[in-house]
Design a protein. Structure first.
Length: 525
């Protein structure tokens, strides 16, 4: 709803009031063929028929989740205008309630005593996010002619809760994976029931565990995991300050400074575990394990492993602000030329830095159960995140600078030519050493060799080109066109194999796609 109040309190008000309601259901089912994954130390050719080969089997139980997420949102905003001054003041309310509905899975046939069938009645974690976020913005016409505008904005944003984002912490039917030593007795490289080495205690101390599973009560239709009743949604605070100025008819430039702080991150706190429960281990990879790495990239590293068997029970809770937060500082310079005299243009340059701040950069620093491995190499350095999904993997996204330039020119004869050029700093290359399987269920550690952001892939640049010439025949309009992507045919490296103690260390796993030309036509009538 929109409501207008002109000439009130010395200016004009324009109110916007709205909201939405959504009840979303999500079903997910996962299955591992054969109910197990055979894990070889270095390659499929390893002989796992001997106890000393350090092969392992990852036995799994199917996952089946059925979640319900209720979202409710309401907002009100007032835009107040008086002479050169405009203010926007808004308030938004968001409600999120996540529940897990009933579901069931069959037993793992290899180890049914450890991963039995489970019928789950469903659970309500009892956490309901009620988030209120203010928005305040100001603009001021510095010269009174609309050519120079200064502005400032503050906004608070809350995280988007996904289906099962909270409730699946208490759902035992998320996919469970448990790792044990494996001896391939018949040499067929397939995991069989009599080959899984459960040890003398019947499998209660696996090498590692993922999923909601308690080895002391494997048939439990619920879970021993917990959710902090005071759990908060993650939060972002943002300030933006900027100035835009018209340099000439249809041409403007601007500069913006952006500051953000990200807090209230959620994590799975392992109950009964503190950083002081980890011990440092020195590891020097064998020279034979580093055939493709330079000597300096395969050094002695330090990783941490727990002093006792890792508990599998976790509590979903929040880091406090001083335990973990991220701070973003960005500067953006823009230029815009509106379509006139048969050409237009947009360009921007951005310099951005996102720093990780944590208060547990070493073992014993506090009571949070974070594995100390790599924490000191991230604290105070750039934040990067790994790509996932169906796109290019093994890429860690973070660029301190980015540049973009696009434009269009209308030539005689109704020919339109446009191009887009963009460049950025290369993403971080997280060169690492893979540790041996750690004791007490900690799994394998990936130990970074550099502070994040100090070692990077080559800078990226790309130019795309487009040309078209519309043709009108009666009521039909044809637009033949040609596109050329990666005009310079650059072969910039996009990803490398980062494990240095591996046979394919530093091998290129992805490059920029080669030059591609595309010819097409679209028509309307």
């Amino acid at each position: 709803m929109n409501y207008f109040m002109p000439a009130t309190l010395g200016g004009d008000h324009a109110f916007r009031i709205g909201g939405y309601w959504k009840d979303a259901f999500a079903y997910n089912s996962t299955h591992t063929p054969g109910y197990a994954v055979a894990r070889f130390p270095t390659s499929f050719s390893n002989d796992c028929s001997l106890a000393a080969t350090a092969c392992s089997a990852q036995v799994t139980r199917d996952g089946q989740t059925n979640d319900d997420l209720l979202n409710l949102s309401l907002y009100v905003q007032d835009t107040y205008t008086r002479n050169r001054f405009t203010a926007q003041v808004g308030l938004r309310y968001d409600y999120n309630h996540d529940q897990a509905l009933s579901s069931s899975v069959d037993a793992n046939p290899l180890v049914p005593q450890l991963l039995p069938a489970v019928n789950f009645p469903g659970v309500d974690p009892g956490v309901k996010f009620n988030n209120v976020s203010p928005r305040v913005g100001f603009t001021y016409d510095l010269q009174g002619n609309g050519k120079t505008i200064a502005r400032a904005n503050y906004a608070m944003y809350w995280g988007q809760v996904g289906n099962g984002g909270v409730a699946n912490q208490l759902n035992p039917l998320t996919r469970v994976s448990v790792r044990y030593p494996w001896i391939d007795l018949n040499g067929d490289k397939l995991v069989e029931a009599n080959e899984v080495q459960l040890g003398t205690n019947g499998g209660k101390t696996p090498q590692s565990v993922t999923g909601n599973w308690d080895p002391n009560n494997p048939a439990n239709p619920g879970t021993a995991n917990t959710v902090d009743p005071n759990l908060k949604n993650d939060r972002t605070d943002e300030f933006i300050f900027g100035v835009d100025h018209e340099l000439g008819a249809g041409f403007a430039a601007g500069v913006n400074y952006i500051w953000r702080r990200y807090t209230n991150f959620q994590f799975f706190d392992v109950l009964g575990l503190q950083p002081s429960d980890y011990t440092a281990v020195q590891f020097t990879p064998a020279a034979s394990a580093c055939p493709a790495a330079q000597a300096a990239r395969c050094p002695t590293v330090t990783y941490y492993q727990p002093l006792f068997q890792l508990p599998t029970i976790t509590n979903l809770t929040n880091f406090s602000t001083d335990q973990y937060n991220r701070t973003f500082n960005g500067l953006e310079i823009t230029g815009r030329k509106r379509m006139s005299h048969h050409w237009l243009m947009n360009t921007s340059f951005g310099y951005n830095s996102t720093i990780v701040n944590n208060g547990f950069a070493g073992a014993g620093a506090n009571t949070v159960s974070e594995d100390p491995t790599n924490l000191s190499l991230r604290n105070g350095y750039q934040y990067d995140y790994a790509t996932s999904g169906s796109g290019l993997g093994n890429v860690y996204v973070n660029a301190l600078w980015l540049f973009k330039l696009s434009g269009l020119v209308q030539l005689p004869g109704d020919v339109n030519i446009s191009a887009f050029y963009n460049a950025r700093q290369g993403y971080p290359f997280e060169a690492s050493i893979q540790s041996p399987s750690r004791a007490n269920g900690a799994g394998i550690a990936t130990v970074l060799l550099d502070n994040v952001g100090t070692n990077r892939l080559p800078s990226y640049q790309n130019l795309d080109f487009h040309v078209e010439r519309p043709i009108k025949v009666g009521t039909l309009r044809f637009v033949p066109s040609m596109d050329v992507f990666n005009v310079m045919n650059a072969n910039t490296v996009q990803a490398l194999q980062r494990t240095q103690n591996g046979a394919i260390a530093n091998n290129i796993s992805a490059v920029l796609a080669p030059r591609v030309a595309r010819v097409g036509v679209r028509f309307t009538w």
